[in-house]
Design a protein around this ligand. Structure first.
Ligand code: SAM
Length: 564
C-alpha cells in the first residue's frame, strides 16, 4: 500500500471515528458513501453542463459505475476525455475534516489520469494547486489532509505543492476564496442541535449571516447549505450528506423555503433505516442541489438506480414540508383527500399535550409504593399511564403508576411536609423561579378537564396510527397527546376514533405527516394537520355502530373523500 493510501486509511472514517467520537458533529464520511456522493455530483454536472462535451452521459456512467467502482480499467481515450472535462472544475468542501470527500473526488481524477492516453502531469498539478479547496475549523483535520495530499503529489512525481486548505471557521471567518466561483460544493457538515450546543450557535447567530438564516430548533448543518449556496456558481451543484429530518422538521421551515426558491433538488439518495454511521442513530440521506435552474428531481435507490423523476410541485407539499411520494396512485389519493377534506383536525378539535411534572421522582409513584404515602395525600393521587399503554381504539393495560396531581397552590399541610426534603430541588425549576408555580406544584399540570373527561389519547411516536378512546380518568406525561371535542366538533369522539385508526390515516401520516425513520410522529403539528372527512348522517350512524377494526371503514372514508 502506498503512503497516500496508508494515510488516507489512517485518517478515514473507520479509524478516526473512535478518536473523534467525543468531538460534536465530527464523524467522517465512509469511503463507499463518499464515492456515491461524488458520482451523483459529477453526473449532475455532466447532465447539465452547457459546455461542449466530447463524450455522452452514458460514457461517464459506464466509466464510473461499471469500471471505476469495480476497479476495472476503462478505455484510455474515454479516460482522457473525462479527465480533460473534469480537470477544469473547481470543488470546495466547507467542513472537509480529513478530506474523505475531496479525496474521493481526487481518487476518481487519479483513476482517469492513470488510464488516460496522454497523462498530462501539468493538468494534474493545476487540479491539485488551483481546483481543490478545503476548509475546516479543526487544525488536526487540515494537517492530516495536507499530509495525505503531499503523499499523493509525491507519488505522482510532484513535489512541494501548496494546496488550498484553510484552517478557518467557514461560518464566521472571511474565507480567502471567491464567492460564486465553484462548480461543485461537497460536504458532510456537522449535524448538531442548538439545545446542548449553544456555544456553536451563539457566535454564528450574532453575525449578519446568522441573523438572516437562523431559525428556532434548526440544526447547525443548515448554515452550511446557505454558505454552500454563496460559494457555488450559478447552475453549479452542491452535494451534501446529512440527516433527512429537515424535510419535515418544524425548525426547517425557513430552510425549505430557501431551498425551494434558490435551488432545484435534482438528486436524492435516502438511506432509510440503513446505519450510515455505525454508532449513530441517524436517518441519513444524500442530495444534490443545483443553484437556480429548472430541473426535475430524480429519486435514487441505494444501489444508485434511478427510481423516479418528479415534478418540482410534487415534492414541495402544501403544508410547507418536502417529500418524495413514489407511487402515482398514492399521490392521487393524497391530493384528492387534501382537496375534498372538510377541514383539519386542528380546526375542529382541541389538541393538548400531557403533563410535565419537572421532577417525576417526587410526583410519580408505583402502585406498590403508595402505601408509604400519608393517607392525607391520597386525594391528590391520579392514575398515571404510559404511552405504551395506548393501543388502537382502546387502552391495552391498566396503570402501574400514580401521580400526585398538584395543579393549585391550595394544598394541605401533609403535602408540603412530604415534599419538604426536596424543596430546594423543586424550587430550581424554571417556572418556580419565574413565579409561575409554587415549589410544590407540577411544572405543567395542564387543565385537569382533559384528563378526566372524554378524550382520544395518542402516543407521541408510534409505528402506526394508534388512537384510543377513553372515558375514564387518564393522566399521562408530555409524550402523550389528548384530543378533546369542543363546540365546533362535527363528530363524536367515538366516531373520530374509528376514523383516525383507519388504514387511510396511516397512509396519510406516512407520507404527509412527520416521521423519524419508520416511526410516525404524532405530536401537535401533524395531528392538527390531519384531514377530516365530510361524513353524511348515514355514514356517521355506521361509524357509531362500529367498534374496533372493520374493513368497511376505509371503504366508507374513501367514499366520503370522493375517491373511487
Ligand atoms: C461530520 S465531519 C465531516 C468531515 C468531512 N467532510 C467528511 O465527510 O469526512 C464535520 C467537520 O466539520 C468541521 N466543522 C465544524 N464546524 C465547522 C465550521 N464552523 N467551519 C469549518 N469546519 C467546521 C469539523 O471539524 C469536522 O471535521
Amino acid at each position: 500500500m502506498s503512503t497516500f493510501e496508508l494515510l488516507r486509511k489512517q485518517y478515514s472514517h473507520e479509524t478516526s471515528i473512535h478518536e473523534n467520537k467525543n468531538v460534536t458533529g465530527t464523524v467522517y464520511t465512509p469511503i463507499a458513501i463518499a464515492k456515491k456522493m461524488v458520482y451523483l455530483l459529477l453526473k449532475n454536472h455532466v447532465e447539465n453542463s452547457t459546455c461542449h462535451k466530447t463524450f455522452e452521459l452514458n460514457d461517464f456512467e459506464t466509466v464510473y459505475i461499471q469500471n471505476y467502482l469495480n476497479e476495472l480499467p476503462s478505455n484510455d481515450l474515454m479516460a482522457q476525455k473525462l479527465f480533460d472535462y473534469f480537470s477544469v472544475l473547481k470543488i470546495l468542501d466547507l467542513s472537509c475534516g480529513s478530506g474523505a470527500l475531496l479525496l474521493a473526488y481526487l481518487e476518481f481524477i487519479d483513476y482517469l489520469f492513470i488510464l488516460s492516453k496522454e497523462k498530462s502531469i501539468a493538468k494534474l498539478k493545476r487540479i491539485l494547486e488551483s481546483h481543490i479547496f478545503g476548509v475546516d475549523v479543526e487544525p488536526k483535520a487540515i494537517l492530516s489532509l495536507n499530509e495525505t495530499l503531499c503523499a499523493y503529489s509525491e507519488q505522482v512525481g510532484l513535489a512541494n505543492l501548496k494546496f488550498n486548505l484553510y484552517c478557518l471557521n467557514s461560518l464566521l471567518d472571511d474565507l480567502p476564496i471567491l464567492l460564486a466561483s465553484f462548480d461543485l460544493v461537497i460536504g458532510n457538515p456537522p449535524y448538531i442541535g442548538e439545545k446542548n450546543n449553544l456555544s456553536w450557535f451563539k457566535p454564528v447567530k450574532e453575525t449578519d449571516f446568522g441573523k438572516s438564516y437562523y431559525e428556532g430548533k434548526m440544526d447547525f448543518f443548515y448554515f452550511f447549505i446557505y454558505k454552500g449556496y454563496d460559494y457555488v456558481k450559478r447552475n453549479g451543484s452542491l452535494c451534501y450528506l446529512s440527516s433527512n429530518y429537515f424535510f419535515t422538521a418544524d425548525g426547517a421551515k425557513k430552510l425549505r423555503k430557501f431551498i425551494k426558491e434558490n435551488f432545484n433538488m435534482v438528486k436524492f439518495l435516502d438511506f432509510g433505516e440503513e446505519r450510515v454511521f455505525p454508532d449513530k442513530k441517524l436517518h441519513a440521506c444524500v442530495y444534490v442541489l443545483q443553484k437556480k435552474n429548472h430541473h426535475e428531481p430524480i429519486k435514487y435507490g441505494a444501489n444508485l438506480a434511478p427510481e423516479k423523476q418528479f415534478e418540482m410541485c410534487d415534492i414541495y407539499h402544501d403544508d410547507g414540508t418536502m417529500g418524495f411520494i413514489v407511487s402515482d396512485k398514492t399521490r392521487h389519493l393524497l391530493s384528492t383527500i387534501s382537496r375534498e377534506q372538510l377541514g383539519t383536525l386542528g380546526m375542529y378539535y382541541d389538541i393538548n399535550q400531557g403533563i410535565v411534572s419537572g421532577a417525576d421522582a417526587q410526583f410519580v409513584y408505583m402502585n406498590s409504593e403508595i402505601h408509604k404515602l400519608p393517607p392525607e395525600l391520597h386525594q391528590y393521587l391520579k392514575p398515571f399511564y404510559k404511552n405504551s399503554d395506548i393501543d388502537h381504539y382502546k387502552i391495552k393495560s391498566s396503570y402501574e403508576r400514580q401521580i400526585l396531581y398538584i395543579d393549585s397552590a391550595d394544598v394541605n399541610e401533609a403535602l408540603t411536609k412530604w415534599l419538604q426534603p426536596y424543596k430546594e430541588k423543586l424550587s430550581k425549576r424554571r417556572e418556580v423561579v419565574n413565579g409561575i408555580r409554587e415549589w410544590y406544584m407540577l411544572t405543567w399540570p395542564r387543565s385537569e378537564r382533559i384528563f378526566t373527561g372524554e378524550k382520544i389519547v395518542v402516543p407521541q411516536r408510534a409505528m402506526s396510527n394508534r388512537f384510543a378512546f377513553v372515558d375514564f380518568p387518564f393522566y399521562a406525561s408530555a409524550d402523550v397527546y389528548f384530543i378533546t371535542a369542543n363546540a365546533r366538533s362535527p363528530y363524536s369522539l367515538k366516531i373520530l376514533t374509528q376514523i383516525l385508526n383507519a388504514e387511510l390515516y396511516k397512509l396519510w401520516l406516512s407520507h404527509k405527516g412527520k416521521k423519524k425513520g419508520n416511526l410516525l410522529e404524532l405530536y401537535a403539528t401533524p395531528l392538527k394537520n390531519l384531514p377530516l372527512p365530510r361524513l353524511s348522517e348515514s355514514m356517521c350512524d355506521v361509524l357509531a355502530e362500529t367498534h374496533g377494526p372493520d374493513l368497511s371503514i376505509d371503504h366508507l372514508l374513501k367514499k366520503s373523500f370522493n375517491l373511487k
